[in-house]
Design a protein around this ligand. Structure first.
Ligand SMILES: C[S@@+](CC[C@H](N)C(=O)[O-])C[C@H]1O[C@@H](n2cnc3c(N)ncnc32)[C@H](O)[C@@H]1O
Length: 494
């Protein structure tokens, strides 16, 4: 069904906002209770229907949009009044006889400081219903969108770009810290939904149609956030615009990476939630490095997951609504055969953060981190950049004062009641929760790094204390200090 949210007048959008007042994440959770709330998160609506029989405004909104239930026209009129006709014409709801159902989702969403609504397509497959996806389907809030919101660095900036906006969720986040937000998409349905999302939340977003960076030719940004359609699938299969493009393999991600430099201002960041192919003839790290190298940008790439191809195919076939359909085994086989033809080994999934630092030798860190992460990752990316800048500034890292990371905690191991620990580990709480096993020198170095004594002074004192040669200790531990800084155990002073 056509969505024409753009046809709602300013007064109608204001009236809709009023009717939605109080329809927040917390309020929905309170009405549903924990059991129905988590059941809905698993795609089950029955507990929710039982919890929303009161007939009040909030219960009707929950039944209509979140549970996708049919509600009586009288109940819908009690919520929307005269607006019901207008939102039906705009394709927000469908009225038929005495019944009303949602045609799209208006979903409460929020962060620590905001309550928003996001306009998107209805969640498919509730209550186990098998439903093939429409190619123009507009995705709502997904794990990927939340992950990108956490990855995006949080600084006050001038101009931000939400590339592939979908329902407009990233734009809502970006608008909290950016003077101006541009949102782009190729899907006109997504653009219409992003516009209504913006209008409902009274957020000013410049929404533009076009592929990748085309709609922003010649423009630069302080911040770019994107969760591009990175699913790698056989080109002769269905193309769902929210997850697949016309570009082969993982080329959409390469294009975003390589296009970013031309659209970033100095010290600008581009955060990409991405996937990449693993092949047997090139390690994935080299593939990513090959994409990044010509850009001259600093880059921090984190592979969060390596999926085997069977798991990958199952996940995306289920996502497309094919699981359980008669042709499911045939489709599954086609995916696996195509992967083999393409010599694809596995799929990597993770985060790419690019920064225009204008360095002679860009800082590029490409790593796998499947362990715990202390969110928000965006803060960790900014801290990484700060440490990278500090390393570049200091001619001699041993002549520089460093400071123990404020989120570092020490864990000691040893026999119960033993006087001295057998081993000491230090662990970080923010960003990748790295831990490092320390020797005596490293323990002394970290604990004395107060931002005033230089690393060299501390090593000299330790050499004296332990009866070791100063020059030798400095030579041995200079690379260790560098690694402790790079990994985030030591920070620039102040
Ligand atoms: C995975 S969704 C991300 C939506 C939203 N940004 C989020 O974080 O949830 C990818 C979006 O990119 C859009 N898209 C697809 N191909 C595109 C292209 N060539 N250029 C720009 N956007 C595209 C899709 O329509 C979809 O809205």
């Amino acid at each position: 069904m056509t969505f024409a949210g753009d046809e709602l007048t300013g007064a109608q959008v204001a009236a809709l906002r009023e009717r939605l007042d109080g329809f927040t994440v917390d309020a929905v959770h309170a009405v549903l209770g924990d059991d129905a709330w988590y059941a809905l998160a698993r795609g089950e609506t029955t507990p929710g229907r039982l919890a929303t029989t009161s007939g009040d405004r909030l219960s009707t909104l929950i039944r209509l949009f979140q549970l996708q239930a049919v509600v009586d026209r009288s109940a819908a009129e009690a919520v929307f009044g005269e607006l019901l006709g207008a939102i039906a014409s705009a394709g927000v709801v469908v009225c038929s006889g005495d019944e009303v159902r949602a045609a799209v989702d208006i979903r409460p969403y929020g962060d620590e400081g905001h309550d928003w609504w996001v306009v998107c397509d209805l969640t498919p497959g509730l209550d186990g219903r098998l439903a093939p996806m429409d190619p123009a389907y507009v995705l709502g809030i997904s794990e990927a969108s939340s992950s990108l919101a956490q990855l995006t660095s949080r600084r006050e900036v001038g101009r931000a770009l939400d590339l592939g906006t979908g329902c407009g969720v990233q734009s809502l986040h970006l608008a909290t810290r950016s003077a101006r937000v541009v949102a782009t998409d190729v899907n006109p349905r997504a653009l219409a939904m992003a516009r209504l999302t913006a209008r409902l939340n009274e957020v000013d977003i410049d929404v533009r149609e076009g592929s990748l960076f085309e709609p922003v030719a010649g423009e630069r940004f302080d911040l770019i956030a994107t969760n591009p359609p990175f699913v790698v699938s056989p080109p002769d299969g269905e193309r769902l615009v929210y997850r697949e493009t016309e570009f082969p393999g993982d080329d959409v991600v390469r294009r975003v990476v390589q296009g970013a430099n031309g659209h970033l201002r100095e010290d600008g960041w581009c955060h990409i939630l991405a996937a990449w192919i693993h092949t047997d003839d090139e390690p994935w790290q080299e593939r990513l490095a090959r994409w990044i190298e010509p850009t001259g940008l600093d880059a921090w790439v984190v592979q969060r997951e390596r999926a085997d191809l069977a798991t990958y195919a199952e996940m995306w076939l289920a996502d497309g609504g094919h699981k359980g359909a008669p042709d499911y085994p045939k489709r599954y086989e086609r995916w696996l055969r195509w992967f083999a033809e393409q010599r694809i080994d596995a799929m990597g999934f993770g985060w790419i953060s690019l920064r225009r630092a204008e360095r002679e030798v860009p800082a590029v860190r490409i790593e796998e981190w499947t362990g715990e992460v202390g969110q928000p990752m965006g803060a960790a990316a900014l801290a990484w950049a700060g440490r990278t800048d500090a390393l570049e500034r200091s001619d001699d890292i041993l002549d520089t004062a460093w400071q123990l990371a404020p989120d570092a905690t020490q864990i000691t191991y040893g026999g119960v009641g033993a006087e001295d620990p057998a081993a000491i580990t230090v662990r970080l709480e923010h960003g990748p929760r790295r831990s490092a096993r320390l020797d005596t020198i490293e323990t002394g170095l970290l604990s004395a790094s107060d931002g005033e004594l230089t690393a060299g002074q501390i090593l000299d004192a330790l050499a004296t204390l332990l009866g070791q040669d100063r020059a030798e200790l400095r030579a041995t531990y200079a690379p260790v200090v560098r690694e402790l800084i790079a990994d985030g155990f030591l920070h620039p002073a102040g």
